[in-house]
Every structure is written in structure tokens, then in C-alpha cells.
Design a binder for this molecule. Structure first.
Ligand code: AMP
Ligand code: MG
Length: 401
């Protein structure tokens, strides 16, 4: 089952159900700890917003029909002050931003647009009724649902929650994500590798990626390229909510991950995607005791592992967190150097995006093992599988790192 990039991503979105809030999958979290969590309850306005008609400017509350003209200032109203003063014919009340608009007034003329005269003001301005006033309930009526389950919480959502008086909210629990790296050549990062060994970098990368996606990473010991070692650790990994494997999914003699998963009762949705790097990527599930455990077999080359996590596995974790349509963090930028490739595969290549996000160019790289090149780059060029060449100045897709 070889899928195009789009088909493979659509497959992940189709197969992984979106979490719905039930007691088993939600937990309360203090507002201060809610950043990056996913909301699991509906949040409604506790009163009208704004709660009262308020001035959007520092100035004078007046009657629109009486300006331009000269008006007598009969009082003042400050933010936070419930003033009993009202505006009658020929009158104005000095008002501060955020203060309730006094009865009788229907607009606010800005302080910059008046000339103070003895006991009054003069203005040349014309204003429509309602100008410079935020009307009661114009942002939200009491009872209106303002945030829904599945909303990723960031500073603006947390600002809204604070506005509405929430100090704690219900969020989805973080799914446990087991990380199982495979390879006879691997030693842990703290160990000294022998002459033909390498350090395990994929566990470190995936743990960060899982955490960023909202999951709780659990790094398992390295599986060796033997059936016994791999199957024992896969069994452990399937106790988590999601299992991520790295390595052992290519065509080599000791690439035994797929066989081991098949023997564990796996169903495979795809075992190849027309992408580069990361072509041998595997996605499937194991059903046990009425419970579906999803797994991804990510190719072991570090850039392949990181890319395939970002474009496929991340979406699965986000769906499990109640995010219905997980976004790819993509934008478009203008190429500053021409680019060509052999069509057929969607490529994700280390790239440098300008600081203003307007232009991009492919970064030099020695391929999917070149972690140093990816670390120097700040994005990926997303190269369309159907197009052959791009001229300087043409738009191209960019995936943020
Ligand atoms: P594989 O997908 O197992 O064929 O591995 C492809 C390449 O990635 C080989 O050069 C491996 O040595 C390397 N590799 C596999 N797993 C890791 C890992 N956990 N950390 C760093 N490199 C790895
Ligand atoms: Mg291997």
C-alpha cells in the first residue's frame, strides 16, 4: 500500500477518531498551566461582553446631533466608576476609555478633537451615533458559547478564559506515546559509541516532538534487530496509547519491524508513502480487548524520522486530543533560488526561511542522515510531487520546523 503524501495524511485523519470529552479522557488544569493543552468543555459567556456600553476613547460623551458645536461640560466619568451624571441638551461629560457611557449621550468625541473653552468644549467633528462606543453585548451575549472542546489553548484563549472568570478548565489528558528505537548499531546518547556504532538521536527528537504535539513521551530501551528483542518491546509499547517505532522498516535483511507487528496482530493502513525523506513509513493499528492502539513505523534516518513524525504521527496525537482537523504548520514563500527535482515524490528538504517569512531557499544538505544540516536550517521546503521546476520569485510551500 503506497500512498501519495496527501492520501497518507488523509488516511491518518480518517483512521484516528477525534476524542470526545468523557470522564476517562479529561482532567482539570489550572489556567496558568493550560497553555498548549486542548479544551475539553464548552465555555460560555457569563454575562454580556462588554458588560455595559463603554467608551473606546478618552474624550467627551455627547449627542451626535449636537456636533459640530460648543457644549457645556457637566461632569466626568472614569473607568470603573458608576457615575449618576447624564448628558442633556447642549451638554457633554468628560469620559475615559473603558468608562460607562452616561445616559443621554450616544457618541464620544476624542479629546484630541476638541478645544477646551471656558467651562466647555468646542469641536468641528461630525460623528455618527454609536461611534467610539463599544455597545453592551456587541462582542458576546450572556450564554453564548465562546470556546468549544478541541480548541488548542494559547495566550488569547487563556485571556478569554480569564475574562470569563475561569481559574481552572477541563482539558483532554495527554495520550501516552511510547518511543521505541531499533537498531544493532545504536547506543544511548550518554554512552560512548564503538567505532561502528552511533548514538540514538531519534529518541531525543521524538520525545520533544511528542511533547510539542501534546503527548506524554515514554522512551523504551533500544530494541535490537532481532525478533525476540523487538517483539518483547513492541508488546510493552502497545500498552501506551500510541506506539512510535524508529528504524527497521526498510527493505534490509534485518528490517523486521513490520513482520513483528504483523505477528502481534497488526492491521496496516499503509507501509509506504511517496515522500522523501521517509518513503518506507508505516501506519497501522493493533486491536486488543476492544481497544485500538495506533502505531507508526518511522524510518530510522534521523531527518526521515523527524519529518514523518511531523506530517503524519503528530496528526494522530492531535486527533486523540480532540483536535478535529490538525493543521500542518505551512505557509508559502517566494524562492530566492531556482529549484528543480524529479517529480513523483513530495519532498521535505531543509530550507532557510527569511526572518520576515517572505522568501525561502533550499539549504545545503547531505540527505536524510544529515542532522547538522537540518539543525542549521529553520524550515522545510515542501516540494510538490507533480511539478518539476520552480523559477526564482515563484511561490513554494514551506513547513515550519
Ligand atoms: P533503518 O531505518 O533502521 O534502516 O536506519 C536507517 C539509518 O538511520 C541507519 O543509518 C541507522 O543507523 C540510522 N538510525 C536508525 N535509528 C537511529 C536512531 N535511533 N538514531 C540515529 N540514527 C538512527
Ligand atoms: Mg535499522
Amino acid at each position: 500500500m503506497a500512498f501519495t503524501f496527501e492520501q497518507a495524511r488523509a488516511c491518518v485523519l480518517r483512521e484516528v477518531p477525534v476524542a470526545v470529552p468523557t470522564n476517562a479522557v479529561i482532567e482539570p488544569v489550572a489556567l496558568a498551566d493550560a497553555d498548549g493543552r486542548v479544551l475539553a468543555e464548552e465555555i460560555r459567556a457569563d454575562r454580556d461582553y462588554p458588560p455595559f456600553a463603554r467608551s473606546a476613547r478618552d474624550g467627551f460623551a455627547v449627542r451626535a446631533g449636537e456636533i459640530p458645536g460648543t457644549l457645556r461640560v457637566v461632569g466626568e466619568v472614569r473607568a470603573g466608576e458608576a457615575s449618576g451624571v447624564s448628558v442633556g441638551a447642549g451638554e457633554a461629560v468628560e469620559i475615559m476609555t473603558g468608562a460607562p457611557v452616561p445616559a443621554g449621550a450616544d457618541t464620544v468625541v476624542m479629546v484630541e478633537h476638541v478645544i477646551r473653552e471656558d467651562g466647555g468644549i468646542k469641536t468641528e467633528r461630525t460623528l455618527k451615533p454609536g461611534e467610539n462606543i463599544s455597545q453592551q453585548g456587541e462582542e458576546a451575549r450572556a450564554g453564548t458559547a465562546l470556546l468549544h472542546p478541541g480548541k488548542l489553548l494559547g495566550f488569547s484563549e487563556i485571556s478569554l478564559l480569564a475574562t470569563l472568570g475561569h481559574t481552572q478548565v477541563q482539558v483532554f489528558r495527554r495520550p501516552k506515546v511510547a518511543i521505541l528505537t531499533t537498531g544493532d548499531e545504536l547506543v544511548e546518547a550518554h554512552e560512548t559509541p564503538g567505532p561502528v556504532q552511533i548514538r540514538n538521536s531519534n529518541a531525543a527528537a521524538l520525545a520533544v516532538q511528542v511533547r510539542r504535539a501534546g503527548g506524554l513521551p515514554e522512551i523504551l530501551p533500544i530494541a535490537r534487530d532481532s525478533y525476540k528483542s523487538t517483539s518483547a518491546l513492541i508488546a510493552r509499547g502497545l500498552e501506551a496509547d500510541v506506539l512510535l517505532l524508529s528504524g527497521g522498516v526498510s527493505a534490509g535483511k534485518y528490517d523486521i519491524v513490520e513482520k513483528t507487528l504483523a505477528d502481534a496482530g497488526a492491521e496496516f493502513f499503509f507501509d509506504r508513502a511517496l515522500i522523501q525523506p521517509g518513503q518506507p513509513v508505516v501506519f497501522g493499528c493493533v486491536k486488543r480487548d476492544g481497544c485500538t492502539k495506533f502505531f507508526f513505523g518511522l524510518p530510522g534516518n534521523p531527518v526521515s524520522t523527524m519529518v514523518t513524525f511531523e506530517v503524519f504521527a503528530r496528526a494522530a496525537i492531535e486527533r486523540m486530543l480532540g483536535i478535529e482537523d490538525p493543521p500542518l504548520r505551512m505557509l508559502r514563500a517566494r524562492l530566492t533560488r531556482e529549484f528543480r527535482h524529479k517529480p513523483g515524490l513530495t519532498r521535505f528538504l531543509p530550507a532557510n526561511l527569511s526572518t520576515d517569512g517572505a522568501t525561502v531557499e533550499a539549504a545545503p544538505s547531505r540527505g536524510s542522515g544529515d542532522v547538522a544540516a537540518l539543525a542549521r536550517a529553520n524550515a522545510f521546503l515542501v516540494v510538490d510531487s507533480e511539478k518539476e521546476s520552480w523559477a526564482v520569485g515563484e511561490d513554494i510551500r514551506v513547513l515550519l520546523k
